[in-house]
Design a protein around this ligand. Sequence first.
Ligand code: CA
Ligand code: CA
Ligand code: CA
Ligand code: CA
Length: 449
Amino acid sequence: MHNCSFIGKKTMTKSLKSILLSLILVLPFMAIPVASSDAITEERIQEITKRLETYSPDQLLDRREFLINALQDEDSESEEGSSESRTSMLLELSIVEQLLIALGILMIDDITGGTSDPQDPTPPPPPPDTTPPVITVLGANPVTIELGDTYVDAGAEADGGETVTTDLGGLDTNVAGTYTITYSATDAAGNTGTATRTVNVVDTVAPVFTSPATFTIDEGSTEIGTISATDAGGVTLFTGDGGSRYEFTGGVDNISSPATLLLSASAISDGYNDFETVESFGCSTGYEANMYTLKARDPSGNETVQNVCIQLNNINDEEPVVTSSADWSVNENQTTVGTLVAIDGDGGLNDLTWSIFEGFGDEDDFVINATTGELSFKVAPDFETKAYYEVAVTVSDGLFIASPVQKITILDVDEDDDTGTGTGTGTGWDWNRHRNRHRHRHLKRFDCN
Ligand SMILES: [Ca+2]
Ligand SMILES: [Ca+2]
Ligand SMILES: [Ca+2]
Ligand SMILES: [Ca+2]
């Protein structure tokens, strides 16, 4: 502004009247002593104005500064001072400032703003409070806690000491997710400040199986057992490796924990619940070792895998099997037929008991040792009387029986001078027959002599 070109003289002269008019309005507010007012005349104003018209804007500003400093110096040096000189300086200062205002170099506020009127008793009203409280969130932000843990809020403070209210935003530590806690405080002017804290509830812990990895079931059963696992977020169970051999109740391959695990139809048809076919499977050793798994998964995708080992209890579900031959050949004149041999179809699980089956064939002619299975005639047979017998024997494991028919052929023995020893044992009949034949040959040779 100070560099602007000075206003033309013609314009300046034209504005003089308005300046004089302004002075009449402004002067009463200036600090010109009332007693000196009489020294202010129109002639004097014109005289000063004409002089100042020749000043450039910079010169006017310099003059203004000079006058202000001079008036201040006069104030500090002497209470009395030269009132006429002071009046003159105030008048000139007024005219300088009016010219600067007319030139657009000064604003009215530049002149009046810096001076407060001691006679005005009303102080300016304070600016309205539009600043909300500033809230400081205490503790960590964001906060991460494990699912199911207890959350303790560290709180927040307002800078003005206002009461802070907390909105937990539906925080549920039993449900994984991101929550926003909002703190707010309102000051006396009604301004409300807020701040937030983020709480991340995370599930990083995999489910834990509470059911065993090994199940021992009776053969013939189709149910393996109850599978269960725990997790703060809940558990879904899945069939894993080898899952075609088992399924959960309802035939599904996944279900909420706990659930009942069953053998699948294919497993049953393939003998996976028959001890005599598969004694165990999926265990750490043995048939199909470590080939079967179950999985427990939580809603966050954490997963635990557990092997499934199934051991079968051998129960009595198979009948005895007789392994000795049903065809016997024994010498006449002896009671012993031989000893029958059988094993239980359950791999020797049960002791076997022998008896004569009643109601078939020559049952009345035989006895059998219940424990050893040794079959004997009650009375030594006579070839010449009856050379062939049939008898059914029963062998029992207590629940199941087998009753094979035994066929006994009586061999003729030369009884001229030898009644026979009756030492046949019933087994190894070829050996006895060979011996008997040998004896016949021997006897015949003896007879020839
Ligand atoms: Ca979990
Ligand atoms: Ca069986
Ligand atoms: Ca049996
Ligand atoms: Ca069995």
